[in-house]
Design a protein around this ligand. Sequence first.
Ligand code: SAH
Length: 382
Amino acid sequence: MTSLPLIPVDPDATGSRRAAMPPQHLADLDLAGRRALVSELGEPAFRAKQLSTHYFGRLVRDPEQMTDLPAATRAKLADRLLPRLLTPVRELACDDGATRKALWRLHDGSLVESVLMGYPDRVTVCISSQAGCGMACPFCATGQAGLTRNLSTAEIVDQAVYLAGVAASGAVAGSPPRLSHVVFMGMGEPLANYNRVLAAIRRLVSPAPEGLGLSQRHITVSTVGLVPAIRRLASEDLSVTLALSLHAPDDELRDELVPVNQRWKVSEVLDAAWDYAGRTGRRVSIEYAMIKDVNDQPWRADLLGRLLAGKLAHVNLIPLNPTPGSRWDASPKPVEREFVRRLRDAGVSTTVRDTRGREIDGACGQLAAAEDSDTVGAGETP
Ligand code: SAH
């Protein structure tokens, strides 16, 4: 990797073409903004709260079901505040229905994916913040295709609200019906679409009917390590969890695996992470994909252990998921175990992430939004 990736000064400027942005939706606005819009349309402001209650509180999006709104204005209000942003193209399920990947088409034809994961005690959605991604990590399928555009706030929020509705319908057997966790680990670099992602977080955590009412601590924002944006996030007075995709403890290798490291080095990104932990009190999650003979050597485990010892950090090792055309493999289990052992010996809390969604290309780094994928298996649902 020799060339510097393009890092915009304005984090929201990353390749976004304004013309391609979708129509405005109530999830783009806070409640006051929705009231103002409804008034502009000549309707009483309290209709904003009614619409919000349907969307965020009851997870209802069909205007016909909003019978507390006068039939004459329902269509007009729905048209302006609840335009359809996501058209489901395909849903794939695996893990006995506990993992579901949704492929959506956006208004301009862009494709994005989200993943719903049910556990005995919680339901998590993994959502996308951009169509494609500009960060070019060579082991990640999303990074290979490049960036198409930023998602709007409502396009981000709607993935969670839509899948919250799927969970509420009882589709995820053996899990609670209520969506509890959101991770920004789908397509895109959330901190490269900073303002919209921040607004989306505010919608996710605001109590209904303004938002979805999730706990801040149940939201995780994952980043390649855009240092100024991490510092900005630390100053937002939020307590969401930060995940840092580190993947190498040394600059030489990280320059290759996470090209943005050519701009912000391991020591700088870790400093920003500790600043985040210090200001929020939240343990930072260090993401580390285990790549055979690339980043899994015992000496790298020891170096990582030294960097993280005594810090408010937790290491999540991710067995490398297969991506098309990748020259890399996952580390063998004994190598992985030794890596874990060395980190734990250094006093660093470490777990190995499960590989949910692997067979439907729904696992970390596998989201590439190909409509004609031939990986459609027996788990496909219409
Ligand atoms: N751009 C953000 C959000 C994506 S999160 C970020 O990079 O943090 C997706 C996570 O999966 C990141 O930690 C990413 O590095 C990791 N990942 C990407 N490709 C992978 C692969 N093939 N196997 C395992 N993990 C992968």
